[in-house]
Design a protein around this ligand. Structure first.
Ligand SMILES: *[C@@H]1O[C@H](CO)[C@@H](O)[C@H](O)[C@H]1NC(C)=O
Ligand SMILES: *[C@@H]1O[C@H](CO)[C@@H](O)[C@H](O)[C@H]1NC(C)=O
Ligand SMILES: *[C@@H]1O[C@H](CO)[C@@H](O)[C@H](O)[C@H]1NC(C)=O
Length: 403
């Protein structure tokens, strides 16, 4: 009896030690290959500037005109590597001393400035604002960055329809067809920055209305999301709930779900409204509960299992990780905070095992840009950006150490 009691006690102690110990993030997050590849891509930017978006077979970046929804991601990657250097310092081993990352990020941002006058990216002006948001953190008086943030916010605000209570995501040939996608949650932050810079509180109200309308219509009872909701622009009525990049109208496109986790967690950070926190938690629960055994996040949680393997989406993984780390930061109980950071670290380990690809120009492979358009098995500029950002956030939260 004594022996059994002892061993049960030992088991109990062992399991409490295991639950208290944080998961260990993958070493690749802090590999010198991160700055080395980013620098090689900066050097390869065409002149006049074009920006990398995804890699073709074999892992070569495809460059796109600035007037593309993804154009802000590579410039802001320069800022993120600069942040890494501030957090970690430069050593021979980490290769962070090999470039002026801030200078590279700034120069690359200049190609976005003409888009303040006109662009075709719709609601994605929020993504274009990212490098300028980072610039203002370092240099709050930079007028170029302030102008960009205010211009992009104004363009997004112009897309607001007060009857629908949302900003229009995609333009449509029929003006009464008002389309909103879950991704649009990620574009709201620019409205808060501009409201602070200008004192115009309408911008903040627009962001909140959009998030509230999305919370009401985009989320299913089980915490999964529709990609697209169509509204009647004149009445505000929901006319259709459907997919664009997912498997079917009733399925859950994994990158959309990831944008939703991050977008609602970010709305909680920006407003303190607990409804957004509860929503981000619900979306996170669906995401985590639906990762298949083996840990590979499919491009759509309901995509058919055959032909096998069904394409993964490494960007859905890294975007969700950043949303989960934001939840970990804002949870008040240590146990729930740890459950989110452990989940984030597990996803990072699994995606690194699958998709860390030293021979490609991107850091990660196994992204799905757009499966219905047959664009999969790629690297993505946003997947890589969020991978680097996740490493920085882990360092800030004391969950990882610099190399
Ligand atoms: C201000 O920021 C822009 C990019 O947003 C950059 O190109 C420029 O160098 C910065 N100016 C100064 C004085 O730092
Ligand atoms: C505040 O922003 C909204 C949206 O861009 C705009 O319609 C309104 O004129 C602005 N108000 C002021 C006082 O500038
Ligand atoms: C991951 O990407 C590699 C390289 O493109 C590919 O060979 C492999 O089949 C992919 N794995 C999955 C599970 O999609």
């Amino acid at each position: 009896m004594t022996a059994i009691t002892l061993s049960l006690t030992n088991l109990f102690l062992l399991s409490s030690i295991l639950t208290l110990t944080s998961a260990i993030p993958p070493a690749q997050l802090f590999s010198p290959l991160v700055p080395q590849k980013v620098l090689a891509t900066f050097k390869a930017l065409p002149n006049p500037v074009q920006y990398p978006q995804w890699t073709s077979t074999g892992g070569s970046w495809q460059f796109f005109s600035p007037n593309t929804w993804t154009s802000g991601f590579f410039p802001v990657t320069g800022y993120e590597v600069n942040t890494r250097k501030i957090l970690c310092g430069a050593t021979t081993a980490n290769a962070l001393g090999t470039a002026d990352w801030l200078g590279l990020g700034r120069t690359a941002s200049n190609g976005l400035v003409p888009l303040e006058i006109s662009n075709g990216v719709g609601h994605d002006v929020g993504f274009l604002s990212f490098p300028f948001v980072e610039e203002l953190i370092l240099n709050p008086n930079n007028q170029t960055a302030k102008n960009a943030i205010n211009a992009f916010a104004k363009l997004l605000a112009k897309r607001f329809n007060s009857v629908v209570g949302a900003t229009r995501s995609w333009d449509s040939s029929d003006p009464t067809n008002f389309q909103v996608i879950i991704d649009n949650m990620m574009n709201l932050e620019v409205l808060f920055h501009s409201a602070t810079l200008t004192g115009n509180s309408t911008l903040r109200k627009i962001a909140i209305a959009h998030a509230d309308t999305t919370m009401k219509n985009h989320i299913r009872g089980d915490g999964s999301t529709w990609h697209v909701i169509e509204y009647n622009a004149n009445t505000g009525a929901v006319t259709k709930k459907r997919t664009a990049q997912g498997f079917s109208d009733s399925s859950t496109w994994s990158r959309g779900q990831a944008w939703g986790i991050y977008g609602f967690a970010n709305m909680f950070r920006l407003t303190g409204d607990t409804n957004y926190l509860l929503t981000a938690r619900r979306l996170a629960k669906y995401f985590l509960d639906n990762i298949p055994a083996g840990g590979i996040i499919p491009w759509d949680f309901n995509a058919p299992l055959t032909p096998s393997p069904r394409p993964a989406d490494s960007s859905a993984a890294t975007i969700a990780v950043n949303g989960l780390l934001l939840l970990a930061k804002h949870e008040t109980s240590a146990a729930s905070s740890k459950s989110y950071s452990d989940a984030a670290i597990k996803i990072l380990n699994d995606i690194t095992t699958l998709a860390w690809n030293p021979s490609w120009q991107s850091l990660l492979s196994n992204g799905t840009v757009n499966k219905p358009a047959n664009n999969q098995l790629t690297g993505t500029v946003y997947g890589d950006y969020y991978y680097i950002k996740a490493g920085n956030e882990l360092i800030r939260q004391g969950l990882a150490k610099c190399l």
